[in-house]
Design a protein. Structure first.
Length: 291
């Protein structure tokens, strides 16, 4: 490929702009973007299913799995279906009811006296941050893992593979990367073992205010990335658990989230193209300067 010096300079300029042009919402870093595309490629599906047989939607197929294909190299577990599907996002409103941020959206289709606690409520309370439990409007928690005692019920315990309670989970939705925390699990109260669910705060960050207690996001294009190991746990001091709004809490786990997403390797296809452009740009740029 031949680039004129002028084109090389514009390319370098364009690269500089695209990497600094961050808005409020967090752009998906290139390595995560590439990973996301690699999972959604035609024909790609999970080879190392840690557990399978789950549903994303009530009427859809039960072909969703907790996938361990990158458990050894990237230390992550994610949900994947077949035919390019990842997971959807149903809305969870469990935890503190009527607390800060509660704008009533959880009440649609829910009983007004809902009191459900989240799975790790005792750990949250033990942080002594002045909160009894997670608040679905503030803490962007992800529902991950399935338990249940009904006959034939599909289950998956993320802790068996090293995912720690209240650890950071990366969520790629709507061209953004949101950091959530593992705060709840799916039980066996419904008819089918489901995957793809998050607190209303996380759903709102992904899809906006139209998300309510009974209106989630049904496209199966969301990537949930659980990071294994204790270093994925912010703990009592590593997050602002007492934050009174979503943005403040989210900001508090961003440094840890950014560090964890560095684990995601770069796929060769996209990366080699990007690297070639950068190298060509640098090389031609220096020739131009020398002339
Ligand atoms: C299954 O049974 C165990 C033991 O009785 C119980 O602790 C657990 O909460 C049950 N799981 C669900 C999802 O109901
Ligand atoms: C946590 O967030 C609240 C606002 O929601 C703020 O007042 C407080 O200073 C923050 N705490 C820390 C340790 O940053
Ligand atoms: C990476 O590859 C996918 C197709 O596999 C493409 O849609 C995407 O635009 C590529 N990203 C970059 C930055 O080249």
């Amino acid at each position: 490929m031949l680039l004129s010096p002028r084109l090389a300079t514009s390319l370098a300029f364009a690269l500089a702009i695209s990497s600094s042009g961050r808005t409020n919402a967090r752009d998906v870093p290139q390595n995560v973007q590439d990973f996301y595309y690699s999972l959604r490629k035609k024909g790609s599906s999970c080879s190392k299913q840690l557990a399978t047989g789950f549903y994303a939607t009530d009427n859809g197929p039960n072909t969703f799995s907790y996938c361990g294909d990158h458990l050894d190299d990237f230390d992550v577990i994610y949900i994947q279906g077949t035919n390019r599907a990842l997971a959807d996002m149903d809305i969870d409103c469990d935890g503190v009811q009527g607390g800060p941020g509660d704008d009533g959206r959880c009440s649609y289709g829910r009983s007004p006296d809902l009191q459900d606690v989240t799975a790790f409520q005792d750990v949250v309370a033990g942080y002594n941050a002045g909160i009894k439990d997670l608040n679905p409007y503030i803490h962007p928690y992800v529902v991950f893992g399935n338990s249940g005692n009904k006959t034939g019920w599909k289950t998956f315990d993320p802790t068996a593979y090293g995912v720690e309670p209240l650890s950071v989970i990366g969520v790629v939705c709507g061209n953004q990367l949101i950091y959530g925390i593992w705060g709840d699990t799916n039980g066996d109260d419904g008819d089918k073992p489901m995957v793809g669910e998050a607190a209303i705060s996380l759903a709102t960050a992904c899809e906006g205010d139209s998300m309510t207690g009974d209106n989630g996001y049904s496209n199966t294009d969301i990537l949930y990335l659980a990071f294994t190991g204790k270093d994925a746990v912010p703990g009592a001091k590593g997050a602002n658990w007492s934050a009174t709004d979503y943005a403040t809490f989210e900001k508090s786990i961003e440094p840890l989230g950014n560090k964890l997403t560095e684990r995601i390797g770069v796929s060769l296809t996209n990366a080699s193209v990007n690297l070639a452009v950068v190298l060509a740009t640098v090389a031609l740029g220096s020739i131009w300067v020398a002339l």
